[in-house]
Design a protein around this ligand. Sequence first.
Ligand SMILES: *Cc1c(COP(=O)(O)O)cnc(C)c1O
Length: 369
Amino acid sequence: MNVPFLSLKDIAGKYHDEIHEAVRRVIDSGWYLQGKENAAFEANYARYIGSGHAIGCANGLDALALILRAYMELGVMAPGDEVIVPANTYIASILSVTENNLTPVLVEPDITTYQIDGSKIEAAITSKTKAVMIVHLYGQCAYTDKIGQICKKYNLKLVEDNAQAHGCLYNGKKTGSLGDAAGHSFYPGKNLGALGDAGAVTTNDGTLADTIRTIANYGSSQKYIFNYKGRNSRLDEIQAAALDVKLKYLDEDNNLRKQIAKKYIDNIKNPNVILPAVDDWDSHVFHLFPIRTGKRDELQAYLAKRGIQTLIHYPIPPHKQECYSEWNDLSFPITEQIHREELSLPMSPMLTDEQVRFVVDTINRGDTI
Ligand SMILES: *Cc1c(COP(=O)(O)O)cnc(C)c1O
């Protein structure tokens, strides 16, 4: 049996007719940017997340970078100020900080949840700290009341990287509505994925929303009037139309992911495999299903030989990357352990029962690995 890690073709196929109809509607309309598809998706996505405003933009990295840029234009932060980020995240979270000439301060995650360790944040705060960026990594909520309280106590902005967690809940509220602003990615492989690059910012702060909208439109609030040295980062009409179709099915798709995760968790019995710790099924939408094992590379090769495709998220931590050579000598042991041991099993709403059973049985049979 063949188990691909994720088949985007299958996912698009599930909504074939509706997506084709939406894309055709845009093509035939002759209106491709800043139109009613974008406005409709922004309104529907803001309502879904439970935020006052959603601003479509070109991708998830831009969404995060635009939030920080707007805070700088509004005088909330200035070049050289510090933003606390988890040490174990996808590089884009950190790129959004350095792109704005802000300084990322890396904080270790918790080894059981893989989310930023709230008990280590306060020690990382200095007089230059202006924000905490939490990342709901792998689809699991990173927010805790403690993190919220720390941000209030030190007057820090709380920015959420919600690229991997559309639909995830914390005490009944969606991630993306828990902090001051959130960046969302609709990269095709995300839980809510476009047919190319796409992203959005959500926030309840109307001034921030207006500033982001202006910066993302060349810095122009009115045609040919330029208030900021802006950029072009917009969500095009075809992507917005396709996303609006898929948004209707996001909860259903997330529930399918959870059912698969439950089967993995209930049935994988290999003693060498550490399964994700889930104490609240609402607070995880399983963008990925990350396991850990000391024999990661052996297990990956064993599964590959049997037709099961797995991926590593991520093989090299940000502080060991060439682009951040200034950090290469720093040590983050928990982060490094996760990057050494993590393996993501196949996960998508399109996996069949037979495929899931085959993955479980194959891992259980490989108990010497
Ligand atoms: C995907 C991702 C991003 C970047 O989103 P793009 O749309 O690919 O630019 C940022 N942060 C995290 C955690 C991601 O997984």
